[in-house]
Design a protein around this ligand. Structure first.
Ligand SMILES: NC(=O)c1ccc[n+]([C@@H]2O[C@H](COP(=O)([O-])OP(=O)(O)OC[C@H]3O[C@@H](n4cnc5c(N)ncnc54)[C@H](O)[C@@H]3O)[C@@H](O)[C@H]2O)c1
Ligand SMILES: [Zn+2]
Ligand SMILES: [Zn+2]
Length: 391
């Protein structure tokens, strides 16, 4: 089959590889009908997250049709079913899965020992996301083996298009979880750093959850317009002072709730002392992360507020202002998304017409053009916000 394969830094190719097979009784194989490129894939593209190996298949936003099921799937799935595959592989039985903490499932990471060394504990297996999270082949491919398929799936009705359902795999529940973790109250201002696909979903979720105002921060006009179309007030961080504008819009109080949908590859408008230091340290491998947006959020957040972080961080981040966090009594909430915790509700909201996540798609291409689309998405060429690939 054809698949997008990681060969090294900024080197993803569409290769012919061996078709996946059932390896375990709880596996299923799907024929992929749609898959997408995520901001998280860019961290791998840049080789910032260790433990990728040449030959690894990329992709964790995937859906398709079940073509084969293992004997242990127990009637939960059958040939012909149409499913979205959550990026977190879950067993559904361990203590964490029973608590709904699916992204820290204790069973599905095949390389638990590595994860335990790096994080202190294991986290869930993820598709196409390094050997730290199990080294599972991803879904930017014609076929995907879904381990623990009896639990690791979201069945979708035929009434929804692929475009409406696909983002249940990741960015929709990710934006939703980011907003839910803000405990939004009717008087709240929610500020969202980053208007990429995750930020867009977080903005719409915060509005749906009843925030008084949502303020979206980015520098790319097309992404800011998309945020504005949802009802957000926007700040272009290359043209305006983020802290100044946020204070202006909140009677100098600062936003109660702040969402960092940027992650560890933060940009800055003009070099600032913290960002220069981050760049240098990252270059000499003394720091993994460039957390400028996070520092800004902590600085401007109203005392007693919440900082919700869906943005991915790789390892060590320097100069996190603990004094500000502590003295202002801020709460930090973060995590890889517990996808299946939210998807029954979100699927219903899509069916009811409350949310249609397909608005974010700007590019639909055949799988073969994936390598080129990684660059288009990374460089924000052609006003690219979200790429869907069709195998
Ligand atoms: N927690 C999870 O489970 C989960 C799931 C999916 C994605 N993510 C992470 O969420 C983040 C966003 O993903 P995405 O797909 O939207 O990626 P993206 O790269 O398309 O979007 C990031 C956006 O942040 C903007 N940005 C950069 N620096 C900024 C700054 N200083 N202030 C404001 N905006 C800034 C960029 O212009 C860009 O529009 C990534 O780190 C990704 O890895 C996390
Ligand atoms: Zn993702
Ligand atoms: Zn589990």
């Amino acid at each position: 089959m054809k698949a997008l394969v990681w060969h090294g830094k900024e080197d993803i190719r569409c290769d012919t590889v061996t078709d996946p097979e059932i390896e375990h009784e709880r596996d299923a194989i799907i024929k992929v009908t749609s898959c997408a490129i995520c901001g998280s894939d860019l961290h791998l593209f840049h080789n910032y997250i260790p433990a990728m190996m040449p030959g690894d298949i990329m992709g964790h936003e995937t859906m398709g049709e079940v073509v084969e099921v293992g004997s242990g799937v127990n009637g939960k799935l059958k040939k012909g079913d149409r499913i979205v595959v959550p990026f977190t592989i879950i067993c559904g039985e361990c203590e964490q899965c029973r608590r709904g903490n699916f992204s820290v499932c204790e069973t599905t990471n095949r390389n638990k020992k590595i994860a335990e060394k790096v994080f202190g504990h294991t986290t869930a297996g993820l598709f196409g996301y390094t050997h730290l999270t199990g080294g599972y082949p991803g879904g930017q491919a014609e076929y995907l083996r879904v381990p623990f398929a009896d639990k690791t799936h979201i069945k979708v009705p035929d009434s929804l298009s692929d475009e409406q359902a696909l983002f249940l795999s990741d960015i929709l529940p990710t934006g939703w979880q980011a907003a839910v973790q803000c405990d939004i109250e009717p008087d709240d201002t929610v500020a969202v750093w980053g208007c990429g696909p995750v930020g867009q979903m977080a903005i719409r979720s915060a509005i749906l959850l009843g925030a008084k105002q949502v303020i979206a921060i980015d520098r790319l006009p097309e992404r800011l317009s998309m945020a504005e179309a949802a009802g957000a007030i926007t700040i272009n961080f290359e043209k305006e002072s983020v802290v100044g504008r946020l204070n202006e819009l909140t009677d100098s109080k600062g936003p109660e709730k702040c969402i960092d949908a940027v992650g560890f590859e933060s940009h800055v408008s003009v070099a600032q002392p913290d960002s220069v230091l981050d760049r240098a340290k990252q270059m000499f491998m003394m720091e993994n992360d460039r957390p400028h947006a996070l520092r800004e959020a902590i600085y401007v957040c109203r005392p007693g507020g919440i900082i919700s972080i869906p943005g991915v961080y790789g390892g060590f981040s320097d100069k996190i202002p603990m004094g500000m966090l502590m003295n202002k009594g801020l709460t930090i909430r973060t995590g890889q998304t517990h996808v299946n915790r939210w998807t029954d509700d979100l699927l219903q909201r899509i069916e009811d017409g409350q949310i249609d996540p397909s608005f974010v798609i700007t590019h639909t291409m055949p799988l073969e053009r994936g390598p080129e689309m990684y660059r288009v998405f990374r460089d924000k060429q052609d006003s690219c916000v979200k790429v869907v690939l069709k195998p």
